[in-house]
Design a protein around this ligand. Sequence first.
Ligand SMILES: [Zn+2]
Length: 411
Amino acid sequence: MSQSVSPKLSTPFLVTAQQADIIRAMRRRGVISRTDIAMMTGWSRAKITNEVGLLIDKNFIKEVGDGKSEGGRRPRLLSINNDLGFLVGVDIGATSVDLALADVCGHVFQRRSEAADVSNPPDVLLGRVSEVIHEMAQAQQIDPGKIYGIGVGVPGPVEFSRGTLVAPPLMPDWDNFSVRRYFEAAFPSAFVMVDNDVNIMALGEFYTSGKINPDNFIFVKIGTGIGAGIISNGKIHRGDTGCAGDIGHICVDKTGPVCRCGNKGCLESISGGRAIAERAMAAAMNNESPILARHMAENGGFLRAEDVGMAQREGDRVAAEIIQYSGKMIGEGLAGLVNFFNPSHIILGGGVTGLGNQFLANIRQSVLKRSTPLATRHLVIEYSRMGTEAGITGAISLLLEYLFYVSDDVP
Ligand SMILES: [Zn+2]
């Protein structure tokens, strides 16, 4: 069984599969003409007139002016009707929550950010999130009944079909809690989608307007832990139970340290942010690096991954070696994915990417060394340019994937 969405998906915008194709093209290109649709689909003129007419009658799309003439009459341009209603994106991180209010085209027009602690019970944190959504709606003079979708990213494993967290290490009180059901009760007009933070970052990267999005890429988040979101043929690949991309627990060194999962030598326990910081603290305490020791003293006896990056830029040899080793091991883990999946891009995000260009160069070198020449001929490995935006853009994008819901019995 593949991961389908619950049958109780209550999006109000039902379309046929053909109409969904038209809307998908509009999502990626903004506006399109009937001629563009003909080129993309190969459908007859009569069929296009019919499908576009039905979408206009439903008020889902509208004509928005004229395009450039290709010799004859200027073609009418079509776009999604952005007055239909509103969407909310919620990106829950370990220590903060970001929210955005957007129209149904995905244009964000209000943002909020608050400190939050996910070790709190879910109803405390989500109660506050609901309050903030009402405040945002009020500030924009929006009727909360016009909020048609709430997309939520959470920092833990999600059983996607139920919108439920399963044994999340950072949030013990949330085990088996349905984030979807919570928001469906709080906002009855909205359909609710929930996914893990890495998948929504991958979607955010995929839907960022103004750039050509690759159809086959891997988004790798390197923070305290390491995880990947996989875009395959233009769609997110979640796997059978929704946990595809949990690459942090791939074994890269059988003799490595014991990971929090109980196994030895997981990628995360060797190259994650915590591993980098711990290695640097050990070096500082063993008097191997005066620069790291100084940073540690300044921070009150503690180092973070970004301190190691700073020490490296100050010329510290030990910091450079730690970063090089971490990059090399991440590259070895990713090389396995490159050989298996053959992506055109690997996009790296998360806090540890703040380590800078040397880290990226180490990862790249190691991937190239371990992958087959054909798989890496056009492979691009780069840092995400979205920074902290990826999560919130992705939470909205998750809704856009399902907003116009395909149903067989729709005219
Ligand atoms: Zn592990």
